[in-house]
Design a protein around this ligand. Structure first.
Ligand SMILES: [Zn+2]
Length: 208
């Protein structure tokens, strides 16, 4: 199934969940958007539509990554204390080093690190974990861990933390519905799918 179809199914899931909660039109729109993103998330492991959209041109991205690295280092030196200071410094230096040999295929990896860095500095657990997710998606094989039960559990926890931060009921179930809809659409449950998903990784690589 292509990105547009996955996005549409995710949006539909968001819309259904929104309607089971009594929410305002703005909140419905927010839930539909979150469902759409969740429906596209598993395919961050390919050079698909979403990956093309969230990464920028090579040089611009490198400059932004270097700037974030310098900001992290500066911020850590002046504002950080104890462990935070070392984490901030470490990420800043890592970003600077990575950015200097940045190639096309590293862009998603670097996006993950940048999202983690922002999550750390804002003290937002969901953003930090989303960065970890993007980082993992950039290195694993297509249709492996992001398309497995472990992926669902990980994203479910991110969504739980996101719901805590935004205090909007429905975020958790919308994310799960959008994400699971993607896995169902990629699985052999649909008769026209010749390939399935390895749902039980790392315990079994049987395709379902
Ligand atoms: Zn997929």
């Amino acid at each position: 199934m292509n990105g547009t179809a996955h996005a549409a199914v995710g949006a539909g899931a968001g819309f259904i969940v929104a309607n089971t909660h009594t929410v305002t039109p703005t909140e419905t729109l927010l839930l539909v958007s979150i469902g759409t993103i969740a429906g596209l998330l598993p395919d961050l492991d390919i050079d698909g539509k979403l990956r093309g959209r969230i990464t920028l041109s090579h040089k611009m991205f490198r400059t932004i990554a270097q700037l974030i690295g310098i900001l992290m280092i500066t911020y850590s030196i002046y504002e950080g204390d104890g462990t935070n200071q070392f984490i901030g410094l470490g990420i800043g230096v890592l970003l600077l080093i990575l950015a200097s040999f940045l190639k096309q295929k590293h862009m998603l990896l670097l996006t993950g690190i940048a999202v983690m860095a922002v999550g750390l500095s804002l003290q937002e657990m969901w953003l930090l974990l989303l960065g970890v997710y993007i980082l993992i998606a950039s290195v694993v094989a297509h249709r492996s861990y992001t398309h497995s039960a472990i992926g669902v559990i990980f994203v479910g926890y991110i969504a739980y933390r996101l719901e805590l931060s935004f205090a909007l009921p429905g975020i958790h179930s919308t994310c799960l519905a959008g994400y699971i809809s993607h896995l169902v659409a990629d699985s052999k449950l649909l008769p026209f799918n010749k390939r399935g998903i390895k749902l039980f990784l790392p315990f079994s690589s049987k395709e379902v």
